[in-house]
Design a protein around this ligand. Sequence first.
Ligand code: UDX
Length: 435
Amino acid sequence: MKLTVIGAGYVGLVTAACLADTGNEVMCIEKVSSKLETLRKGESPIYEPGLSEVLKKNISNGNITFSDNIDEGVRFAEAIFLCVGTPQSDTGKADLSQVEEAARQIASISDGYKLIIEKSTVPVNTHRRVKMTLNRYAAPDAQFDVASNPEFLREGSALYDFSNPDRIVVGVESERAEQIFKDIYKPYTDQGFPLLITTPAAAELIKHASNSFLALKISYINMVSDLCEKVGADIELVADGMGYDKRIGRPFLNAGLGYGGSCFPKDIKAFINMANENGVDFTLLEEADMINASRRSKYLEMIEDILWINKDKQICIWGLAFKPNTDDIREAPAIDIVGELGEAGAQLRLFDPKATENFKNFYPEGGNIKYFNDKYEALNGADALLIVTEWSEFKEADIEKIKSLMQLPIIIDGRNIYDPATMKEAGVEYYSIGR
Ligand code: UDX
């Protein structure tokens, strides 16, 4: 099929690459020219395992092309995925100006039938607004369906998630639109992955409700971890025990520094906002979001309690990305931790396998901030090591080497990646969360 994807951000690019890889002809529209040049060379502007390879393959076989011309994109295909940004506004509400702008542009050049697909995360009933805009600005002979087809892609495993979905959700209002989706997703439904056909409003809600529920689950386990600390139980064992219950499940029961990234913090706020606008008081989620924010301050208090005075301490931080396997630092706990410790006068030695460049743009090198290309080098002479992101290379690190390089073998683990008994045996002064 011929498909157009508007917006080559995280979601747009992964969607375009994966749909091209199942044999569709995909045109991806991106208005930032520097990004376009990178993409045309088959390079991914974001770090996502496997993405460059899939892009290169599908550029060379002609399945994917890139353009900055939205008119060209609209003429190219009947089905158009909207993957533009929906950032958070100052009030917590989603800023939908890019969605509206794209709808107006599509309308102005459409004739005949077009299926407009919301892929970006949007508040419930945005499809109505999109449809209204399309109809207002389009020529009389243009005909539109607007559908919602939310993504559930985790950064770092987005290609896997796209190709192995727990479910594909499409919210449609016509049989014609339903059939287009059945064709697009046939390679997946043929393998047995479930396709849920629903209404656009339900599909929009499924996305926000799912992310908010996962955020709630994380805040829940973090509160249980506080209780574990008080009563002398191990949160890892508690989470394992809970997770065996199929109704609960072990994923997203990892206590630690809480959630960050481009989705959960933004989505939960947008969902609360949307509930309020509709007269539903969702203080349950407000509480979950507040608990999440408190994780970072709690960790900082823990550091101060252990080190007493942070000023002039050599503190090594392993992990700057908001989670492993990504270079994304949006809403990363490391931002707050580095900010606070830096202000307290600590000498910071930072390492991350992928996110260093992005972090440098936020906190440039200099003063009391130093970046390292090697995790062990960053440890030289450190008074303490903070684990802020659970990259596997940290899990596999050589404990004896860590000890020999540090001035004091103190590890404050915000992600519970080491076993306390092993650390004790190795002579490390080891602190972790909820254990
Ligand atoms: C998320 C959703 O999972 C995905 O479906 C959605 O469409 C986009 O948002 P992502 O932000 O890439 O994906 O990361 P995810 O793996 O879900 O983790 C989100 C945050 O929660 C991270 O900061 C992570 O460290 C944190 N987390 C996750 C925990 O603190 N504990 C857990 O048990 C799991």
